[in-house]
Design a protein around this ligand. Structure first.
Ligand SMILES: [Zn+2]
Length: 363
């Protein structure tokens, strides 16, 4: 072998190979560690969620210092694919920024999961919407030092949830028992500037935008964009486990969910990873069939309601049938809720007042 050949092999072994290795190490994010379960899941009548059995795990890493937390599968009938709402933690020398706080019952476990990767103080919390699987441990984490940010509507929904105000519908949240759990830094959605961040944090090498959303899943939604990691936490206006849920009593709207998808279309790039509160991670093309389905069900519900059909008749028409096969985690309850929402939305839909709508009382 010539001297030149030796030199060539040397270059390959000592220069090129380590570069490839380094490259392999730098392109490995995001890493999904624990995907949500697929089911099907069944629970006996009278089943109670065994909170003591539910673990909060680091289920994904979006960058070296941006982790996703989620609960165990198969135990929580509200979210059998993975208990609770996804939470996120950005951590480093500037402290911890949390997106949502998980259920109150697993607050200690959520903190323990965070402490498995950082000892930094809890500094900032943003709530994506009022539901207890996203805000339940607010008071606990505020006591750890976190300052809670959210839309003003979310704060109002927490102070006086629809059920407590004597209204029917899908109320979601228990009244705030502990005022320590209320957001203290609030902002509004500005219809003139959709997609405009209300708050931007620069910390731990990341730039984080809190972007208030139009009334969609609720009237107090915020999505959270991590610019460097190129991920957006899109909370619950999109879901791929069970049928769409617009919490209309808390100001949500199916039409608003369509607008929310359209806004993501503008905000996200082709490689931006979208993190829903539940279900699997997606990229923006995957939102389009969902958008089409919501639009289709709204149109069909409108046609039937315009013909004078009652809610019972509309439910019996089984409008979601074409989608049942492709919808993971679909249940009769999830279908009926979705169609009822469409029925309620296409005629005499009440306006949002202080984060809520006065929806008809049923059941
Ligand atoms: Zn949720």
């Amino acid at each position: 072998m010539t001297k030149r050949a030796f030199l060539f092999i040397g270059v390959v072994v000592f220069v090129v190979a380590p570069m490839l290795l380094l490259r392999a190490q730098t392109v490995q994010y995001p890493i999904e560690l624990v995907p949500p379960g697929k089911g099907p899941y069944t629970f006996p009548d009278g089943y109670q969620t065994p909170w003591d059995k539910i673990d909060i795990l680091v289920t994904a890493k979006m960058s070296p210092n941006l982790f996703v937390l989620h609960g165990s599968q198969g135990l929580d009938p509200a979210h059998p694919d993975a208990s609770g709402g996804r939470a996120m933690a950005l951590f480093g020398p500037d402290g911890v920024l949390m997106v949502d706080t998980e259920n109150r019952q697993v607050a200690e476990k959520t903190l323990k999961a965070i402490r498995s990767f950082t000892n930094a103080p809890i500094k900032t919390i943003v709530n994506t919407h009022v539901h207890p699987d996203h805000t339940g441990a607010n008071a606990f984490f505020a006591q750890q030092g976190g300052v809670i940010f959210a839309q003003e509507n979310l704060r109002l929904e927490m102070i006086r949830p629809p059920a407590a105000a004597g209204r029917g519908g899908a109320a979601g949240a228990a009244p705030a028992q502990d005022t320590a759990g209320l957001p203290v830094a609030t902002y509004h959605y500005d219809p003139a500037k959709p997609g405009e961040p209300a708050v931007t944090f620069t910390m731990n090498g990341e730039v984080v935008d809190f972007i208030p959303m139009m009334p969609s899943h609720t009237a107090g939604d915020t999505i959270v964009r991590f610019r460097k990691a190129n991920v957006i936490y899109i909370e619950d206006f999109y879901r791929n486990f069970g049928y769409p849920f617009a919490d209309q009593a808390n100001g949500g709207s199916l039409k608003g969910m369509i607008d929310a998808v359209d806004l993501i279309e503008k905000l996200a790039g082709p490689d931006t990873l979208l993190i829903p509160g539940h279900g699997t991670f997606v990229k923006k093309p995957e939102l389009l069939p969902y958008r089409a389905m919501v639009a289709d069900i709204l149109a069909k519900a409108k046609t039937l309601r315009d013909q004078g059909k009652t809610l019972q008749e509309v439910l019996a028409a089984n409008l979601t049938a074409p989608y049942d096969k492709a919808t993971q985690g679909d249940t009769q309850q999830s279908k009926d809720r979705f169609i009822t929402e469409a029925y309620d939305e296409v005629k005499d839909f009440p306006p949002v007042v202080e984060g809520r709508r006065t929806m008809p009382t049923r059941r």
